[in-house]
Design a protein. Structure first.
Length: 100
């Protein structure tokens, strides 16, 4: 379970950083596919809360998987917000003391 959480967190975090730094190109889609392939064996490749919810509904074992589904969705949101924060820090330029 810890491995799944780590893979989901770092998969989403890395994708969000890449997506925000290279937006407007086709590379984010390629990177998303690569991260899905990397996380497929461990967590099922659910790098999106909508996909996680869809798989949860399709399995129809609501009581058995509810906590795990909620944990994965929470970790996906945490990873996305951390990735957005890191990407923002990488894109922002800090002005120098003399104003240039």
């Amino acid at each position: 379970m810890g491995t799944v959480v780590l893979f989901e967190f770092f998969g989403i975090l890395s994708y969000e950083i890449f997506n925000n730094l290279y937006s407007g190109t086709n590379w984010p889609a390629f990177v998303y596919m690569c991260f899905m392939i990397i996380t497929l064996r461990v967590s099922g490749g659910h790098l999106n809360p909508a996909v996680t919810t869809g798989v949860y509904i399709e399995q129809r074992e609501f009581r058995k998987n509810a906590g795990f589904c909620a944990l994965i969705i929470f970790i996906q949101f945490v990873g996305a917000f951390c990735g957005l924060g890191l990407a923002y820090m990488l894109r922002v330029t800090v002005p120098s003391v003399d104003g240039s």
